[in-house]
Design a protein around this ligand. Structure first.
Ligand SMILES: [Zn+2]
Ligand SMILES: [Zn+2]
Length: 346
């Protein structure tokens, strides 16, 4: 990279979201007098009688979590979306100013493990591998429904990200419409594919593997990198080496590789500040509408909020809410930090 970009403020283009991020490398030395967060003590009990996700416990509304041995999926008792709705829409005076449509969908919870005190970072790879199979099976089942066009699989980890329960679990939301983030990525990938005849993210990965400035971990099937356009300080992008559009499109080796790399990433994150590392992570697979989506490449985003210690988080406020996002630590120096913690054996 040109020297001026290592030391001076500049902006970087995100070809996937079609927006810019401002990078201010010279600001990393500024003193911090802002807010610090409490760190939640690590959970130590393997079973919590108060936890509604622990085997055998009662959930809201009298539902029962069964005694499960590996993973457990159920419809969210307080689902944000419902599937048994009549379809309706309005657009007052057809001005496009006051528009709404009904949104049908399904919200499910997936318990990764019966043990209350584990996380993806501390589960063994075989257990994570079972979670990968459940993700793929859920994606396949929901994507076959006529009323579903997108299946979003995600995990919120840590109280800082609003996770209400430390029990290892994630969520699956399936919606009638393609949500905004994957919709923007669809437009970008489709236009790139029309112009170049290759998936955008495969070409991007090829460039990153050539430069090797932002790669943080890899195995035979998957690569983890800090994207050139990362907004969150320690944001990462997980990419399969080959072209695959969905989780259920991953073969056995692809699934094995994903389970192994998820362990490396989540365990490595916990070593950045030697404390549980909060994040939102999720998979972006191809939409399940009528199209085949040759342009789409499966990937996962990790968005961790921490900035410079386990108690200092990044806020998206001021210019970032009103203008565009900005970061101080360069993606290259974040990659260096992550590379060293993720290369330690787990
Ligand atoms: Zn629990
Ligand atoms: Zn994405």
């Amino acid at each position: 990279m040109l020297e001026v970009f290592r030391e001076s403020p500049h902006r970087r283009w995100n070809p996937l979201r079609r927006d810019w991020v401002i990078v201010s490398p010279h600001r990393t030395q500024r003193p911090w007098q802002g807010q610090t967060e409490e760190t939640a003590p690590a959970t130590t009990k393997s079973y919590d009688p108060e936890c509604y996700l622990c085997p055998g416990n009662v959930r809201a509304g009298g539902h029962h979590t069964p005694v499960y041995a590996e993973t457990y999926v159920f419809e969210n008792d307080f689902a944000a979306l419902k599937s048994d709705l009549p379809s309706a829409e309005f657009d007052i005076e057809r001005a496009g100013l006051l528009r709404a449509t009904t949104e049908r969908g399904v919200c499910r919870v997936l318990c990764f493990d019966p043990r209350h005190d584990l996380t993806l970072a501390t589960m063994d790879v075989e257990a994570i591998r079972r979670v990968v199979d459940v993700w793929a099976a859920q994606e396949l089942e929901l994507s076959r429904r006529d009323d579903i066009r997108y299946v979003q699989i995600f995990e919120n980890r840590g109280a800082m990200m609003g996770a209400s329960n430390p029990h290892p679990h994630g969520q699956i939301w399936a919606t009638e419409h393609i949500p905004d983030e994957p919709a923007i990525e669809l437009t970008s990938q489709a236009e790139y594919f029309a112009r170049h005849g290759r998936p955008l993210l495969l070409d991007y990965l090829e460039l990153e593997l050539k430069l090797r400035e932002r790669i943080v971990a890899e195995n035979d099937e998957w690569v983890v990198l800090v994207p050139f356009w990362a907004v969150w300080p320690f944001e990462t992008l997980l990419l399969p080496r080959g072209h695959v559009r969905t989780l259920n499109g991953l073969d056995t080796k692809g699934r094995d590789g994903l389970a192994a790399i998820l362990k490396v990433v989540t365990a490595g994150y916990n070593r950045v500040f030697n404390a549980p590392f909060p994040y939102s992570m999720g998979f972006h697979g191809a939409p399940c509408d009528s199209d085949q989506h040759p342009e789409w490449q499966l990937h996962a985003h990790f968005y961790p909020p921490l900035l410079r210690s386990a108690t200092i988080r990044k806020f998206m406020v001021g210019f970032e809410l009103l203008g565009s996002p900005q970061r101080d630590i360069t993606p290259e120096s974040a990659a260096e930090t992550l590379r060293s913690v993720m290369s330690e054996t787990t």
